[in-house]
Ligand binder design. Structure first.
Ligand code: GAL
Length: 672
C-alpha cells in the first residue's frame, strides 16, 4: 500500500473541527498523517510534566476514519521554559552572537543537556505510543540544518579531531598549520573556524559573494569542521533513533531537504530505515527546473539506493513573507507522479489547512484558511483515487538506471570554501551534467562514490577534487572492466584532507584520464573562451584546463585565447573502458551535445528514441513487469514517440508507437 496523506497540525485548530478534517481526508483517499513534530510546548508544558491527552484525542479522531499516524519527535522547536533554563543551548553564529528564541531550530545539537532533554521527550513519546496499533512510522526532529560555533561545539570538535588524528603532530601536518604560524601544541588550543581577522562581513556569503567570504580559515580546518558538524548531527539523530528503537520496530525516518548540502546526507541516511524529504518546487525563494526536482528525488533515492518517502510535498502557493506561484491545474498531480516515478513510496502533502497564525500564514496547504476544499482539494482527491488503484504496481518498483552521477558532500564543502572561480559552483555543475544527460532520456541514479559502480555503463564524477588512493583505484577498476567515466576540470586536485596535491593534475586520475594539465585559465569578468569539436561549437565561461594528452585523444579543442588549438576535452581508452576528461565548463547546448556524443558512443540506453523537450520518461520495473512513466512538464500537449506496445495502466487502453501527453499530463505505461 502506498502512504498517501498530509501533514496535519490539529493543535492549530479547534477540536470541534478535527472530525470534519479527518472525514475530508478520508474522502480524499488519505490513509496517513504526520503529526506533532513542532508540538513540544504542548507535549511537555513544563519540565517533566508530559501531556499526551490532546494528541491521543487527535489520533483517535483520525484513526476512526482509517487514517494511520506518522509521529514526529518535536525537538526542532524547544519550548521557552527549556531555553530559559539552559540558555547555553542556543546556537551561536560565526561572530559569537547567540541565535535566540522566536523561530525554530534554536538549539545546538552538541549541547549535552539538549541531548538529554531530546532523548527524554523521544523516550516518553515512544513509550506512550509503543503499543498503539495505528502508529506506522516515526520521524526524528525536522529538517536538520546548519552550523554552530558555541562552547559545546568547541569541546566536541576538539574531541572529534583528537579521535581522527590521534596526535597533535598528525593534525598539524594534515592541516598544514605551519602556514601563518597556526601550529597547535595541545588539543585544547584547537579552534572553531569562527570569525577571524581576515574575514569579510557577510556570514551568508557563498561562492557568489566571494569578496565577503567567511571562508578564510585553513582549508583543512574548514573541511574538518563541516565533517564534524555533520557527524555531530548524525550522532544527535542516532540518540533519538535509539530511544525509539528500544520501543518499536516501526520505520524511523527524518525529513531531508533535497539539494541542501550542509550535512552529509549519506551519513544521516545510514541510520534511518527510510529516507524522506520535503519538496517545494515553486516558492517565494525560487522555482526549480523539473530536472532539479528529479535530481533531488534521484539523490534521495541514491542516499540508501532504496525507494524513499515524500514527507512534505507542496500543495499550494507558498512562502513566509511573499508567495510563489500558485500551482496550476494538473501540477500537483504532475509533481506527485514525478516523485513516484523517481522512487517515492509515500506521498504526504504539506499542509492540510493554511494556518492563520505564525510566520507560515502564507504557506498554503490543500485547504485555504477558511477550511473549504476547493480546486487543490479536488485535484488531490482525484490523485488519491488514482494512486490507490496503482499502488500495487508502484510500491516496491525499481528504477532502471544505467548511468550514475556521483555527489560528494566532502567535495561540495571543499569547493564551497574555495570555489576556484567566482562563477564555479559544485552543485551547479552536478545540476548541469544531470540535466544534460536526463534531457536525452537517460535515467540516472545520483549516489555516492561508495556505491557499486559495476551496475552502471556510465559514471560521472564532475569536479571530484578530493581524492584518495582507494577512490582512484575503484575508478580504475571500473573503467578497466569496461565502464565509461566522466571527469572534469578540478578533478584530483586535492588530498582527502583538502591539501593541494603535489602530483601533476589531475593527480591520482592522471594515468586513468591519459592527460595532464599544462596550465589552466580561470575565466573571469564576462570573458568567454570558444571551444570547437566534432559535436559542435561552444563556449566556456568559468574554467579552461589546457591539456597535454598522454595517451588520450582530444575530442574538443579551444578556438580562442592564447591556448587556441590545445585540447579541451579528451577521451582515453583504459582497459576495456573509456575515460572522458572535460577540461572546461560548457554552455548548455555544448554540454548537451557532448553528453549526447558520450551517450551514443557508450551505448547508454535511452527511454525515448527522440528527445522531447520537457517530457520525462522514467523506466521502472516491478516483479518483472517493465513500465514507463511519462511526465509532461510543459503546459502544452506533447507528441511522444514510443518503441513497442504498451498498455495504459490508468485506463487499460493499448498504446502503440506514439502517445499524446496532455499539458502537465502523466501516463503509466505497462510494457506489453
Ligand atoms: C519545511 C518545514 C515545514 C514547514 C515548511 C514551510 O521546510 O519542514 O515545517 O516549515 O517548510 O516553511
Amino acid at each position: 500500500m502506498m502512504w498517501f496523506g498530509v501533514d496535519y497540525y490539529p493543535e492549530h485548530w479547534p477540536e470541534e473541527r478535527w472530525p470534519l478534517d479527518a472525514k475530508m481526508m478520508r474522502e480524499a483517499g488519505m490513509n496517513t498523517v504526520r503529526l506533532a513534530e513542532f508540538a513540544w510546548a504542548l507535549l511537555e508544558p513544563e519540565d517533566g510534566l508530559y501531556d499526551f491527552a490532546w494528541l491521543d484525542r487527535a489520533i483517535e479522531v483520525l484513526t476512526r476514519e482509517g487514517i494511520q499516524i506518522i509521529l514526529g519527535t518535536p525537538t526542532a522547536a524547544a519550548p521557552k521554559w527549556l531555553m530559559d533554563k539552559y540558555p547555553d543551548m542556543y546556537p551561536v553564529d560565526i561572530y559569537g552572537l547567540t541565535k535566540g528564541f522566536g523561530t525554530r531550530r534554536h538549539y545546538c545539537p552538541n549541547n549535552k543537556i539538549y541531548r538529554q532533554y531530546s532523548v527524554l521527550i523521544a523516550r516518553r513519546m515512544a513509550e506512550h505510543y509503543k503499543d498503539h496499533k495505528h502508529i506506522v512510522a516515526w520521524q526524528i526532529d525536522n529538517e536538520f540544518g546548519g552550523a554552530c560555533y558555541c562552547q559545546s561545539c568547541l569541546q566536541a570538535f576538539r574531541l572529534w579531531v583528537r579521535n581522527k588524528y590521534g596526535t597533535i603532530d598528525k593534525l598539524n601536518k594534515e592541516w598544514g598549520t605551519v602556514f601563518w604560524s597556526h601550529t597547535y601544541r595541545h588539543w585544547d588550543e584547537i579552534i572553531l573556524p569562527a570569525y577571524s581577522s581576515s574575514d569579510g562581513f557577510s556570514q551568508n556569503a557563498g561562492a557568489q559573494q566571494l569578496l565577503s567570504t567567511p571562508y578564510n580559515h585553513n582549508p583543512g580546518l574548514l573541511l574538518d569542521y563541516q565533517r564534524f558538524f555533520s557527524d555531530a548531527t548524525a550522532e544527535y539523530q542516532r540518540l533519538q533513533i535509539e530511544e525509539i528503537r528500544a520501543c518499536t520496530n516501526l520505520p524511523i525516518t527524518h525529513n531531508l531537504m533535497g539539494h541542501f548540502s550542509e550535512l552529509d546526507y549519506f551519513d544521516l541516511a545510514r541510520d534511518l530505515d527510510v529516507v524522506c524529504w520535503d519538496n517545494y518546487p515553486n516558492n517565494m525563494w525560487g522555482k526549480s527546473s523539473y530536472t532539479q526536482v528529479s535530481m533531488a528525488h534521484d539523490l534521495m533515492r541514491g542516499l540508501k539506493n532504496k525507494n524513499f518517502w515524500m514527507m512534505e510535498q507542496q500543495s499550494g502557493p507558498c512562502g513566509w513573507h511573499m508567495m510563489g506561484d500558485t500551482p496550476e491545474p494538473g501540477q500537483l498531480r504532475l509533481w506527485t507522479y514525478q516523485a513516484v516515478a523517481h522512487g517515492a513510496e509515500a506521498m504526504v502533502y504539506f499542509r492540510w489547512r493554511s494556518c492563520t497564525v505564525g510566520i507560515e500564514q502564507y504557506w498554503h496547504g490543500i485547504l485555504d484558511h477558511d477550511g473549504i476544499g476547493r480546486r487543490r482539494y479536488r485535484e488531490i482527491k482525484a490523485i488519491g483515487a488514482e494512486i490507490s488503484a496503482l499502488s500495487g504496481l508502484l510500491v516496491g518498483s525499481d528504477n532502471v538506471s544505467s548511468a550514475a552521477l556521483i555527489k560528494s558532500y566532502d567535495n561540495f564543502w571543499s569547493h564551497r570554501g574555495q570555489p576556484h572561480n567566482v562563477n564555479f559552483n559544485y552543485n551547479g555543475l552536478l545540476d548541469a551534467y544531470y540535466s544534460a544527460v536526463a534531457k536525452q532520456h537517460v535515467n540516472l541514479d545520483v549516489t555516492s562514490v561508495e556505491s557499486d559502480f559495476s551496475k552502471y555503463k556510465l559514471v560521472m564524477m564532475p569536479a571530484f577534487n578530493l581524492v584518495t588512493e582507494a577512490i582512484a583505484a575503484k575508478c580504475e577498476a571500473y573503467v578497466e572492466q569496461g565502464g565509461a567515466l566522466v571527469l572534469t576540470f578540478r578533478s584530483g586536485t586535492r588530498t582527502w584532507n583538502n591539501q593541494m596535491t603535489t602530483l601533476t593534475v589531475p593527480g591520482l586520475f592522471k594515468q586513468l584520464a591519459g592527460v595532464e594539465l599544462e596550465e589552466f585559465d580561470s575565466v573571469n569578468f564576462g570573458r568567454t573562451v570558444r571551444v570547437q569539436s566534432a559535436f559542435g561549437e561552444g563556449t566556456a565561461s568559468v574554467w579552461c584546463d589546457v591539456l597535454k594528452t598522454d595517451g588520450a585523444e582530444a575530442i574538443a579543442t579551444y578556438a580562442s585565447h592564447y591556448y587556441a588549438g590545445e585540447a579541451a576535452v579528451t577521451v582515453n581508452s583504459f582497459g576495456k573502458g573509456r575515460v572522458y576528461y572535460v577540461g572546461c565548463d560548457l554552455d548548455e547546448a555544448a554540454l548537451g551535445a557532448l553528453t549526447e556524443l558520450i551517450v551514443k558512443k557508450e551505448g547508454i540506453p535511452t527511454t525515448l528514441s527522440v528527445p522531447t523537450n520537457g517530457l520525462e520518461a522514467i523506466e521502472k520495473v516491478k516483479d518483472g513487469q517493465a513500465f514507463l512513466m511519462l511526465l509532461n512538464h510543459n503546459n502544452e500537449h506533447v507528441e511522444c514517440p514510443l518503441n513497442g506496445i504498451y498498455e495504459d495502466a490508468m485506463n487499460g487502453t493499448k498504446v502503440k508507437d506514439r502517445i499524446t501527453v496532455a499539458p502537465y499530463g502523466v501516463h503509466v505505461l505497462l510494457k506489453r
